[in-house]
Design a protein around this ligand. Structure first.
Ligand code: PMP
Length: 304
């Protein structure tokens, strides 16, 4: 039988291909990104079996390094993944990746996969976890988004139930979040807010949620099923320092519709205002004064 020639997918031009000069740290070595390879048998690829972190570099310093390292070890512990290096070695690897690429202001993506194994999900079928550190520039929301604020929708896709994979695990499977983000894009909105199976607000697709109402700043508790955000923690501290009462509260959609201010927090986005949910304007539909104040405080904090 004659088989028709197969078109090669590898000759396509990828507009998002990384800068070929980028050096990545992979399992102990710095190598050009064009030579870095992930096996088709890596369980991170086959099953999303792994964990990750997103970390900022400000002015040549790794921001909240200890907190991110602690979180990746906790994520790994929860999925019984043994990280094959010490936290100190991980710090060195991050510094090496940052310096090899002369990153002064940028982003680190740290990931640990279950590694190459046999086909089959049992963790005993993969004995060598793999560690990758990418230090690169970061694409943020454009400045105009911070001025006008985000238009959000309520996602139909629910946040993972805390009794499935805990949302506190920053796992390599973000499909829930991806599908919620797709819902937002399809609706012509910027971002989606996910709710838990009990109807309480959790977070955005990659950022924690805050609302401000009648002098009190509310954010859903971690037990609601959210990532225990590092930026969230800083913002709670900064607000307390400003004399603003901060509460971890169960919030339903109604609470967000009628809030005085709403914003999201995360490593990449920092603090980003939300100005509408499901086409209901938050107050007058403009970023509010508390959001602006906390943004200024945050910028001062991370610049020190
Ligand atoms: N929630 C989710 C689902 C996230 O992925 C992230 C991080 N991108 C956050 C919240 C914010 O967490 P952090 O402030 O630690 O970046």
């Amino acid at each position: 039988m004659i088989t028709a020639p197969q078109p090669s997918l590898s000759t396509r031009v990828n507009p998002f291909a990384p800068d070929p000069n980028l050096q990545v740290w992979q399992d102990g070595e710095l190598i050009p990104v064009t030579e870095a390879k992930v096996s088709v048998f890596d369980h991170g690829l086959l099953y999303g079996d792994g964990v990750f972190e997103g970390i900022r570099i400000y002015n040549g310093k790794i921001f909240k390094e200890a907190e991110h390292i602690e979180r990746i070890y906790e994520s790994a512990k929860c999925i019984a993944l043994e990280i094959p290096m010490t936290p100190e070695q991980m710090r060195v690897a991050m510094r090496q990746a940052m310096e090899a690429n002369n990153i002064v202001d940028g982003y680190i993506r740290l990931l640990v996969t279950r590694g190459v194994g046999l086909l089959g999900i049992a963790i005993q079928k993969a004995a060598c976890p793999s560690v990758i550190v990418i230090a690169a520039s970061i694409e943020l929301y454009p400045a105009e988004v911070y001025e006008r604020g985000l238009n959000c929708i309520t996602a139909g896709t629910l946040r993972n139930h805390p009794q499935t994979v805990s949302p506190r695990v920053k796992s390599l499977n973000y499909l829930n979040n991806i599908l919620a983000k797709l819902e937002a894009t399809n609706a012509g909105a910027d971002e989606a807010i996910l709710f838990n199976p009990n109807g309480y607000a959790t977070e955005g697709t990659g950022d924690n949620l805050f609302i401000y109402k009648k002098g009190v700043l509310h954010t859903p508790p971690v037990s609601c099923g959210i990532l225990d955000g590092i930026t969230r923690e800083i913002v709670m501290e900064l607000a307390t320092k400003r004399g603003i009462e901060v509460r971890e509260s169960l919030l339903i959609r109604h609470d967000i519709y009628v809030a005085d201010e709403v914003f999201l927090t995360g490593t990449a986005a920092e603090i980003v205002p939300v100005v509408s949910l499901d086409k209901r304007l938050i107050k007058d539909g403009k970023p509010g004064p508390i959001t602006k104040q906390l943004t200024e405080d945050f910028i001062a904090y991370r610049s020190n």
